[in-house]
Write a protein that binds this ligand. Structure first.
Ligand SMILES: NC(=O)c1ccc[n+]([C@@H]2O[C@H](COP(=O)([O-])OP(=O)(O)OC[C@H]3O[C@@H](n4cnc5c(N)ncnc54)[C@H](OP(=O)(O)O)[C@@H]3O)[C@@H](O)[C@H]2O)c1
Length: 463
């Protein structure tokens, strides 16, 4: 008998089950198609002793000790069906955990439905890919407030550790865990896009891939230290085993996406927040799908072949500035969501559990958690003294890189979006006075005045 069971023996579910077993816990395992469970058992070696396989859902539930904890790790589209088939087999007080990537609106709905049926529900974001799930992911927990206690020891045991601190935390009720995971992925989209833009500029400038790999490796020793910069260096060194060509040269330039980036942008817009760096990264992936259109457009508007000739130091500083701005947008979005959904999110803790195990882990996150603990002026990382001084040093380089890239006709949407956000935010008086005048002119929407209180004032065109 086991305290916890995992249903869904795909890439992530199998890795999580093995991680749980590796940490000394017995774990029941189940998959819709029993063949996968058999494969997992066959490959588990000594760990198979702690895995308790079942071929049917009924046997799987019967192999758990009450109160039961069932962790679901299936494709997003299958979660409702799996929950529906679990509920009749469970008892009040049992716990259902959805550990896949879910839209937090679905998680809120599911939490309510499961709680209404007398059980507990957790929506849990797991980051770190297969390797993370197997050896230590970052785990973002949300859901019924008393649901975490029964499995906290297991979750903390399997999580990544940063200087001994487990990268796992209960963050808030209903969809809080999945929302934080969604924003994590949004930041991941933007960070990947920024790195791809730097790669694009270096390639256009004629840099050899080996040089670029060395440069990214060197950056990984400095302020840009992060998992994504590290793997970029590895990727740029890698060769295709079939042709011997650099691997990046045989990969189609058409990026996939499963939805979390888009969800981040949609939720940001709904809350009147700005996630422009993430939005531009989502858009860049969507544009990448239009391969034939891009080829036709290149034929219609031939490239000039101009290079941006940016220095390595400027590119490094530009990436750092844009990364800080991106994290800033993500954190501001989390603060807004916390307010909107009454989650009381501890943003410093969020930054802390992202320091290891997850895809956006970077040296910056330790500084972000300290800045948040010290209190963010206006909820903005950009205004925290430590980050403000880094931005004063690095934004001039971001400006030079964006300017040079644009002059040379190179595409840098995420860098440009970060810079525009920065330039808009740091202007005490902007240009929306004119927007308000236009709105009043054609729609009599009224405006506020700088010289007196109240609203609903109109321009002379209303006379
Ligand atoms: N891969 C990653 O790096 C990663 C990272 C973080 C989060 N996630 C999330 O983790 C979840 C699982 O991803 P994965 O990569 O492990 O997927 P996967 O390898 O494709 O496995 C999918 C699993 O879902 C099961 N499934 C599909 N439809 C089902 C249904 N109608 N009823 C019951 N089971 C069903 C499959 O069972 P069968 O064998 O019977 O088809 C299989 O066990 C997803 O939400 C994903 O977004 C993935």
């Amino acid at each position: 008998m086991a305290r916890i069971g995992v249903t869904g023996m795909g890439t992530m579910g199998a890795a999580l089950a093995l991680n749980i077993a590796d940490n000394g816990f017995e774990v029941a395992v189940h998959n819709r198609s029993p063949g996968r469970t058999r494969d997992v058992m066959a490959d588990a070696g000594a760990l198979s002793q702690r895995l308790k396989p079942s071929e049917t859902l009924e046997e799987f539930i019967a192999s758990l000790t009450a109160p039961r904890a069932v962790l679901i790790m299936v494709n997003a589209g299958a979660v409702d069906a799996v929950i529906e088939s679990l509920i009749p087999l469970l008892e009040p007080g049992d716990l259902i955990v959805d550990a896949g990537n879910a839209n937090f609106n679905d998680t809120r709905r599911r939490a309510k439905a499961v709680e209404d049926a007398g059980m507990l529900f957790l929506g849990v974001g797991v980051s770190g890919g297969e390797e993370g799930a197997r050896f230590g992911p970052s785990i973002m927990v949300g859901g019924s407030s008393d649901a975490y206690a029964p499995i906290k020891d297991i979750v903390e045991a399997i999580a990544a550790r940063f200087e001994g601190d487990p990268c796992a935390a209960f963050l808030g009720t209903d969809g809080a865990g999945h929302f934080v995971k969604t924003v994590h992925n949004g930041i991941e989209y933007a960070d990947m896009q920024l790195i791809a833009e730097a790669y694009g500029l270096l390639r256009a400038d004629g840099r050899a891939l080996a040089d670029m790999a060395a440069l990214f490796g060197q950056w990984n020793e400095g302020a840009l230290q992060s998992y994504l910069i590290e793997i970029t260096s590895e990727i740029l060194k890698s060769k295709d085993s079939e042709t011997g060509k650099p691997i990046v040269d045989v990969i189609l330039d058409q990026a996939g996406q499963k939805g979390t980036g888009r969800w981040t942008v949609i939720e940001a817009l709904k809350m009147g927040q700005s996630a422009t760096a993430i939005e531009s990264a989502v858009a860049a992936r969507s544009w990448s799908a239009l391969r034939e259109t891009r080829a036709a457009a290149e034929a219609a508007f031939p490239l000039s072949g101009e290079t941006s000739e940016v220095s390595d130091a400027d590119l490094e500083a530009a990436l750092l500035a844009a990364r800080i701005i991106t994290y800033g947008q993500g954190m501001a979005l989390l603060a807004a969501a916390s307010e909107e959904f009454n989650w009381s999110l501890d943003l410093a803790r969020v930054a802390e559990i992202w320091r290891a195990g997850c895809i956006i882990r970077s040296s910056l996150l330790d500084d972000i958690s300290s800045a948040v603990r010290d209190g963010l002026p206006h909820e903005q990382i950009l205004l925290a003294p430590a980050f403000a001084s880094r931005l004063r040093e690095t934004v001039p380089a971001l400006r030079r890189v964006v300017t040079a890239a644009m002059s040379a006709g190179q595409s840098v949407p995420a860098m440009a979006a970060s810079l525009s956000f920065f330039d808009t935010l740091r202007r005490a008086r902007g240009t929306t006075d004119l927007i308000q005048a236009q709105r009043d002119f054609f729609g009599r929407h009224g405006f506020q005045r700088v010289d007196r209180d109240g609203d609903g004032f109109h321009g002379p065109w209303a006379d």
